[in-house]
Design a protein around this ligand. Structure first.
Ligand code: FES
Length: 189
């Protein structure tokens, strides 16, 4: 076979191979493009549906979630007539889970939750102390620990004295402390 004939055959074979390769590689690419476009459209639609469902769920929860008006976690009002005399017995405000105590320094609202393991700590008038029934922690009238396993004093809530003598207690903001400081009490007229 002449050289030019061999060259022609090789040229044709090479051209065929290039065409076949190009054809073969373009088929999956086209399929891939269609598939990825489909995926994109499907994911976008799914995302939109999820966003709408999420918004509906959030609206539903917000609508049915109980408002914290007048309940623990909100600002609660103690009537002037319930504010104890200076040195008197603490006033127990059950919905707010606190005791309002009138100390020499002023009013302090003590969260009744024991700082040990969270039991409710009652005021024991005969001892003039808060006495936890669970593991025996005892707290003075200002909430500071006298004895027992509690690691710190009872927490307290911010108190605001109103013009009419009533007192607002923010039960959503318990404050931890490690000792009593007069600044924790609010002077009461
Ligand atoms: S929970 Fe009050 S002492 Fe343990």
């Amino acid at each position: 076979m002449k050289r030019s004939g061999i060259g022609a055959i090789i040229g044709v074979a090479a051209a065929s191979a290039v065409w076949a390769f190009g054809h073969l590689s373009s088929v999956p690419k086209a399929i891939n493009n269609v598939v990825s476009r489909r995926n994109f459209v499907r994911n976008a639609a799914l995302g939109a549906v999820l966003i709408v469902l999420g918004q509906l769920a959030a609206g539903f929860v917000r609508f049915f979630w109980p408002n914290k008006i007048g309940a623990f976690g909100s600002v609660l009002t103690v009537a002037a007539s319930d504010v104890p005399e200076a040195g008197g017995q603490p006033f127990t405000y059950t919905p707010g889970k606190f005791y309002l105590v009138n100390l020499d320094e002023g009013l302090i609202a003590l969260y009744w939750k024991c700082t040990h393991l969270g039991c409710t700590v009652p005021w024991v008038a005969s001892e003039e102390r808060f006495h936890c029934p669970c593991h025996g922690s005892i707290f003075f009238e200002n909430g500071v620990k006298e004895s027992g396993p509690a690691p710190r004093p009872l927490d307290y809530f911010p108190v605001t004295v109103m013009a009419d003598g009533s007192v607002q207690v923010n039960t959503g903001a318990p404050t931890e402390r490690h000792d009593f400081n007069p600044d924790q009490a609010v002077p009461y007229p």
